[in-house]
Design a protein around this ligand. Structure first.
Ligand code: ADP
Length: 363
């Protein structure tokens, strides 16, 4: 293929020089202007040859042009216009110079292009190697995350199992007093509920469902949270107050999932408060987003724990699963949003969920 292309180019050069020469030979010497024009026509094949075949091509083409042209000068101009003939010979030297210099420049450009191509191939290879390494690191990361998750999960399950085992041992013994037996049953029920909660949260976390988006009014969302969490709050003398700005716009979300998010935050807020107080659940407009915040007056989070609260199974509670905030983070991320944690200036924490108003159009 390449050879045929090169042969085609050689033919173009040879035929062009042949045509320019024929025009010289066939045109009457009285039409000197035409001869001047035909003489310059030689530059086209010479430059063409130099560009495609380098300095050797330029030299051979200009040599060939000279070979064709010199007899014409000699026959037509040498005798009756010797000065003009000298001019033409000088022009032949320029042919050779133009052919060689253009060829040298073309060679240099070709070498640069080849170097660039080699560099870009090397870069592409480095890029591929890097991608492979990243992939390996990601795989190793995933494996280690699965390992950590399994270890934490085993720990979370072993604790209630140990309690159930202890309670069962007590029940087995006929000497166990009736009151202790009732206590043992209560422990078994409590631990079974804990395991059940753990599994429900784990499934939410491990197999998140794709959100089904619809327009939701933040005020109504907050109302339903207050209804759901109000009972356990009242129990501790805590009031949950709604604070929705008039300009808080409806936004696109999966209502069930978003309810789960705010409810988890509200329940955490209730659990963080040892005694009576107020929890404020607010909604206000953000930047092409809505900001729903849960502010409590609880114990707050220690500095060393704040980085860890979104880690699966991280909990400071006796009966906690440590999956609530992981689920919150996962759902909010699926909605294209973010979760922010701030320490209140007086006491307690504020968890803010920032969700884009329209799914797929983030601020
Ligand atoms: P769990 O509630 O089962 O412990 P979470 O993932 O919901 O799991 O919370 C992880 C931890 O984050 C909690 O154990 C608690 O230490 C801390 N936390 C979460 N919310 C609050 C809050 N509002 N105030 C203080 N600590 C909190």
């Amino acid at each position: 293929m390449r050879d045929r292309q090169a042969l085609g180019r050689v033919l173009v050069v040879a035929v062009s020089i042949g045509v320019a020469s024929a025009l010289h030979y066939l045109t009457s010497p009285s039409l000197i202007l035409w001869h001047e024009l035909f003489q310059r026509l030689y530059y086209l094949p010479i430059i063409y040859a130099a560009i495609f075949f380098g300095w050797r091509g330029g030299l051979i083409a200009s040599g060939f042009a000279a070979l064709c042209y010199i007899p014409h000068i000699f026959m037509m101009w040498q005798h009756h216009m010797p000065e003009y003939a000298m001019n033409q010979y000088a022009e032949i030297i320029v042919f050779v110079l133009v052919g060689t210099v253009t060829g040298i420049l073309a060679d240099r450009r070709r070498r640069q292009r080849m170097e660039l191509e080699a560099t870009s191939q090397q870069l592409a290879k480095v890029n591929r190697d890097l991608q492979d390494s990243f992939e390996q690191i990601r795989r190793a990361d995933r494996l280690s995350a699965i390992g950590q998750l399994s270890a934490s999960l085993a720990h979370e399950i072993r604790n209630p199992l140990a309690s159930i085992d202890g309670a069962a041992n007590l029940l087995e013994s006929p000497q166990t007093p009736e009151e202790t037996r009732r206590g043992a049953f209560a422990v078994i029920h409590k631990e079974i509920r804990r395991l059940n909660r753990l599994l429900t949260n784990l499934l939410d976390f491990a197999r998140p469902r794709q959100p089904e988006f619809q327009m939701v009014d933040p005020a109504r969302l907050i109302d339903s949270i207050i209804t759901l969490a109000g009972h356990s709050a009242e129990h501790k003398g805590i009031t949950i107050r709604k604070d929705v700005s008039d300009s808080a716009p409806p936004f696109e979300c999966d209502p069930e999932q978003m309810k789960q998010v705010i409810l988890n935050l509200a329940i955490n807020a209730v659990q963080a408060m040892a005694s009576s107080g107020e929890i404020v659940v607010s909604a206000r407009p953000g930047n092409a987003s809505v900001v729903i915040a849960v502010r409590d007056q609880g114990s707050g989070i220690d500095e060393e724990n704040i980085e860890r609260i979104f880690n699966p199974f991280f909990t400071t509670k006796d009966a906690g699963t440590g999956l609530g905030l992981s689920v919150v983070h996962q759902i909010v991320t699926q909605h294209g949003g973010t979760v922010k944690v701030d320490r209140n200036s007086d006491r307690g924490m504020t968890f803010s969920v920032i969700v884009p108003l329209r799914h797929g159009r983030q601020n």
